[in-house]
Design a protein around this ligand. Structure first.
Ligand code: IMP
Length: 509
């Protein structure tokens, strides 16, 4: 990205020291590409929340890498930082660094890890898996994210620096496991053994039939991970504060605002605050330090992976149960859901398809399959009530992503409001009810309300292929009408439009 383009995104780019990229939906909006475009501008690129639940695919020449722990800016040969807000799985990180090393890509001098990032340990992964065996589970990525953050706020968590001090590691691990082992023993031990045998838990290496977790082996392995990571471990809170105003800092958000533990569709959220405030804090900064925040919005379709309310889901409950159950049915089988759908639904024609099939068509066209779990992402129409809500937790302009996926469709839809059609429900001073004809123009992210909201749509005539457009004037008028409608109805400023996966397929406005 050259400096003229940067100027368009940031009104006075010379004054801006920190830029944040945050998703305003449920994640998977294509932040990675925007971070990649901005990485040229930045001196330091920071990941500050979440952990190995994130997944980004990076293509370099003919090689495709899928990373979860490694910050997506690491291939830019710039300082990359994993901040204190992250839950770090050291085993996963080292595996990814090994892949980079084998591909001959340099990273050693570029990565700094917060000494006080939170650790994801085997018992967190076990607990996450166990919870996901229940019928009323949340549909997590099973990477141990929730349990690791729970230990942190429960004051029994371990931090990265504990890997460097074997005695501390052992005593803190013992303390953290005291209650957990009691809990683990109440489960069916056959299931415990099956989970402990998974590759995610080093194929049984940490299993102890008596104590469930073999503390000695965990301490031995994790101390060795600590040795390998030791020269990357820093006081990054001080480093980032010292870097402010003489370095350009790019904060790479993880997941999305609607998955934020504080602002999302609780309890169907992740366990970190994925909004701007959480990102700043996790990086060791304050919200005021951030000059520009770019909100990423997939449009005119959007997605969600895992369980939870999704009012504009195309195909409604049929889509939700298909996407959530398939993950389980096909996990561990030879064929991925993506391969299975590509095969079984190859003849779908969008205009003729019923809603359920339409959702699958969009998923296949947009390649909407989770990079971490391979799960099919649920597809729906752009939800303006949700955007009006999510923008409150962020600031500045938005970037629209993936509109090219819907090129050539005769009609596209955008949700402008919700019609509440559930039971009488008190929300503060107000009472929502179907009889009252309650209409919500801004989402209230309470699952009890969202699950009974049906979308009010506005339909738009479709637009031809936009992938080769490189300027506003090069875009078809039908598409420009949609962009202007989003700006006006959600009171947002569209700063850029990504019209394809490649770096140059972006229009700065
Ligand atoms: P967890 O973060 O693994 O605990 O999962 C909690 C919820 O967040 C689940 O619905 C996940 O599908 C969702 N989630 C976590 N990480 C991502 C992501 O990177 N993209 C989209 N959804 C995610």
């Amino acid at each position: 990205m050259n400096s003229i383009e940067i100027d368009k995104l940031m009104p006075d780019s010379r004054q801006v020291a920190v830029v944040a990229v945050v998703c305003l939906q449920w994640g998977d909006t294509g932040k990675g590409k925007i971070v990649d475009c901005l990485a040229d501008w930045a001196d330091i690129i920071v990941r500050a929340t979440g952990g190995a639940n994130a997944g980004h695919t990076i293509q370099l020449d003919d090689k495709v890498f899928v990373f979860h722990m490694v910050p997506s800016g690491l291939l830019h040969k710039k300082t990359n930082m994993i901040g204190s807000g992250v839950v770090l799985d050291p085993r996963q990180l080292l595996n990814e660094l090994e892949v980079l090393g084998k591909a001959g890509l340099p990273w050693r001098e570029y990565l700094k890890i917060a000494y006080n990032a939170k650790l994801v340990l085997p018992h967190h992964i076990l607990l996450d898996h166990l919870r996901e065996t229940e019928d009323d589970c949340l549909g997590t990525t099973k990477r141990g994210i929730g349990p690791a953050y729970e230990d942190h706020v429960g004051r029994i968590g371990l931090i990265v620096n504990d890997l460097l001090n074997v005695q501390t590691l052992e005593s803190k691990l013992k303390a953290a496991l005291k209650e957990k082992v009691r809990l683990f023993k109440t489960y069916d031990q056959k299931i415990i053994k099956e989970i402990m045998d998974l590759p995610a838990l080093n194929s049984g290496r940490y299993y102890s039939p008596e104590d469930i977790i073999d503390i000695e082996t965990v301490v031995k392995d994790y101390a060795s991970y600590g040795k390998q990571l030791s020269y990357m471990i820093h006081d990054t809170d001080s480093f980032i504060k010292e870097s402010l105003y003489h370095k350009k800092i790019l904060l790479e958000g993880a997941q999305g605002t609607m998955l934020s533990i504080d602002h999302g569709t609780y309890p169907y959220v992740t366990s970190s605050d994925c909004s701007l405030a959480g990102l700043a804090k996790g990086a060791g900064l304050m919200e005021n330090d951030i000059g520009v925040c770019l909100g990423i919005v997939k449009a005119p379709y959007m997605t969600r992976v895992g369980r939870g309310p999704f009012p504009t889901e195309i195909g409604g409950n049929s889509s939700a149960s298909w996407c959530n159950s398939n993950a389980a049915i096909y996990a561990g089988h030879h064929r991925t859901v993506k391969e299975m759908e590509a095969d079984e639904y190859k003849n779908i024609v969008y205009e003729e398809a019923d809603e359920f099939r339409k959702g699958i068509w969009i998923r296949m066209r947009g390649d909407e399959y989770g990079a971490t779990t391979g799960r099919p992402r649920r597809t729906g129409w752009l939800d303006l009530p949700l955007l009006r809500y999510a923008k409150k937790w962020n600031k500045n302009g938005i970037i629209l992503t993936k509109p090219d996926v819907m090129s050539g469709c005769k009609i596209v839809k955008i949700c402008t409001a919700y019609h509440y059609n559930g039971i009488r429900y008190r929300f503060g001073q107000n009472e929502l009810s179907a009889e009252n004809g309650s209409i919500l123009t801004t989402a209230i992210p309470q699952t009890e309300i969202m699950k009974d909201c049906s979308p009010v749509y506005e339909s738009f005539p479709g637009y031809p292929d936009i992938r080769s457009a490189r300027s506003w004037s090069g875009l078809p008028s039908n598409f420009k009408d949609i962009v202007e409608f989003i700006e006006e109805k959600a009171d947002v400023k569209v700063k850029a439009i990504s019209v394809g996966p490649k770096r140059d397929q972006i229009i700065y406005l």
